[in-house]
Design a protein around this ligand. Structure first.
Ligand code: CMP
Length: 301
């Protein structure tokens, strides 16, 4: 007796490549198809929270694919290589030979193995001729990376123009750009309160904030100035615990986004750089005081 084993229709997994500089290939599609694919992604619990530019890049790279009635599109336990969106047809999802559900047009499937780097969690069989759209793992991961890199580059550009960081080397700034958190505030929300203790440094990345200050505890705070993209506040908090000398309030109907950095992460990242700067300082000091520089030449600056 010949034992029939189901053969998945998926192409072999690409060789693992360290080089994620994948050239993204876009496939032509109508605006209607793009909207359809975008909505399918937005209706998928695991993909709906991707950034819109990531979603649209995935949509652009999806290509059409057909599967015959009865074919096994995904086999449970396989290493997955494609994420699919169903345009026409019906598929059956099963696990351990038990049918879990039937899915029709507008559904994403095959996303779990790619998103979570696991094997296929279920099998998917075509119950009719199916028209699908697909994107491969490498393209998918490259889109995720690229979006992350775009953010990093944007953060770096902001950091480069901040006075506090003007003597910090670019490779360290690049680490800081990775480490900063992006926090959003609603219009009118208080970001920093006068008199409160703080250890966080803020850079305005989007929107405007208003600075107000009260002369004393008993006075009402008065307007000082506005700050916008590229402006920063709370820099002394990076050196020691700061009692905030003013209030900072989000003042933008579209909300405000700040890059935030706390003292501990800053110190960890900048520790080597700080000791280098201290060495530079001590050499300068020694030169000014006419000390013998021979010993100082051994310092690696
Ligand atoms: P993945 O694990 O990559 O491959 C099998 C796919 O089946 C899986 O991604 C999901 O898209 C889908 N899937 C798994 N479990 C269920 C379920 N309970 N209901 C609907 N779809 C599922």
């Amino acid at each position: 007796r010949i034992k029939r084993t189901a053969i998945s229709a998926e192409p072999a997994q690409h060789k693992k490549s360290k080089d994620l500089r994948v050239v993204l290939q876009a496939f032509d599609k109508t605006d209607r198809t793009k909207e359809f694919l975008r909505d399918a992604i937005l209706n998928n619990d695991f993909m709906k929270n991707l950034e819109m530019d990531q979603i649209m890049a995935i949509v652009d790279c999806m290509y059409p694919l057909e599967q015959k009635d009865g074919s096994l599109i995904i086999k449970e336990g396989d290493v997955g290589n494609l994420v699919y969106i169903m345009e026409e047809g019906t598929v059956e999802v099963s696990k351990h030979n038990k049918v879990l559900t039937i899915m029709g047009p507008g559904r994403v499937f095959g996303e779990l193995a790619i998103l979570y780097n696991c094997t296929r969690t279920a099998s998917i069989k075509a119950l009719s001729h199916c028209k699908l759209w697909a994107v491969d793992r490498l393209t998918f991961q490259a889109i995720m990376m690229r979006a992350g890199m775009q953010k990093q580059t944007e953060h770096l550009e902001l950091l480069k123009n901040i006075k506090t960081f003007e003597s910090v080397r670019e490779d360290i700034l690049s680490k800081i750009a990775d480490a900063v958190d992006q926090v959003s505030y609603a219009d009118g929300e208080c970001i920093v309160r006068q008199g409160a203790k703080g250890d966080t440094f803020y850079i305005v990345a989007k929107g405007r904030v208003q600075i107000t200050q009260a002369k004393s505890k008993w006075d009402t705070a008065v307007y000082v100035r506005h700050m916008e993209r590229g402006d920063s506040f709370g820099e002394t908090a990076l050196q020691s615990e700061e009692t905030r000398p003013f209030n900072v309030i989000a003042d933008d109907p579209n909300g405000v986004t700040c890059l935030v950095l706390d003292r501990q992460s800053y110190r960890e990242m900048i520790a080597d750089e700080l000791s280098r700067l201290k060495r530079v300082e001590s050499v300068r000091y020694a030169r000014k005081n006419g000390e013998d520089e021979r010993d100082l030449k051994n310092l690696r600056l």
